[in-house]
Design a protein around this ligand. Structure first.
Ligand SMILES: [Zn+2]
Length: 225
């Protein structure tokens, strides 16, 4: 199976007519301005995820208890305090907005002049995500060497504060492959999970979080390769 592995993203353009951020060089019948090439976009997206989820303190960025950071402050901190600031001399608020709005997985949320990561934090934040009672099957990508302990003890949050699941098998495979050489996919019965008292929250386009997945909720193990 071919996976993107998160290693490439399309460029982002800005429409000269309507001002929309788009992934196609033509909009409203006119050619657009190139805002971010794919390489800069990917680099900025990874940095934003890292800062908003894990390391705001490394750039002295203040994040409130709900995970919000001021976009102007972020731009300033990346350009002046980040160790790789030389790679971001071009950065403006607009680049951060465009990356957040067009994120393929819905990793970010923008409100006024603030931005936050919707999921994946290791810093302590309180994010009210909508509870989901519709999704029936969820997937979790892991590695073969973790399997026996997971089947005994269930899926625990580890470094992150919540357990991350996805309704997309492709994304689960990507996640599993990123973790090592022997990817394994766990198929999870979301209804049983809820019935056992573990609420399921929708966090991104395909990402769902919960506090813990008991072993009984793992309906199937799929070995990749
Ligand atoms: Zn347009």
């Amino acid at each position: 199976m071919k996976t993107k592995g998160g290693n490439s993203l399309p460029s982002i353009y800005k429409c000269k007519v309507c001002g929309a951020y788009v992934e196609h060089p033509i909009h409203c019948g006119r050619s657009c301005i190139l805002l971010l090439n794919g390489e800069r976009r990917l680099r900025l997206s990874k940095l934003l995820s890292a800062i908003l989820r894990h390391i705001p303190h490394e750039l002295s960025i203040s994040i409130d208890e709900e995970g919000w950071a001021d976009i102007q402050e972020l731009v300033y901190a990346i350009k002046h305090k980040w160790k790789n600031r030389h790679l971001y001399s071009w950065l403006s608020e607009e680049h951060i907005l465009a990356v957040a709005i067009l994120d393929p997985k819905g990793r970010f949320e923008v409100r006024g002049h603030s931005i936050r990561a919707r999921y994946g934090h290791s810093i302590k934040v309180k994010i009210d995500l909508p509870e989901d009672d519709e999704v029936k099957i969820l997937y979790h990508g892991t590695q073969l060497d973790k399997l026996s302990s997971i089947l005994k003890e269930g899926i625990k949050p580890m470094r992150r504060i919540k357990v991350h699941l996805t309704k997309s098998i492709e994304e689960a495979i990507e996640n599993a492959m990123r973790k090592g050489k022997h990817p394994v996919i766990l198929v999870i019965d979301a209804n049983l999970l809820r019935n056992m008292g573990h609420k399921v929250f929708k966090a991104g386009k395909n990402v769902y979080v919960t506090d813990y997945v008991p072993p009984q909720c793992i309906k199937e193990v799929r070995y990749i390769n």
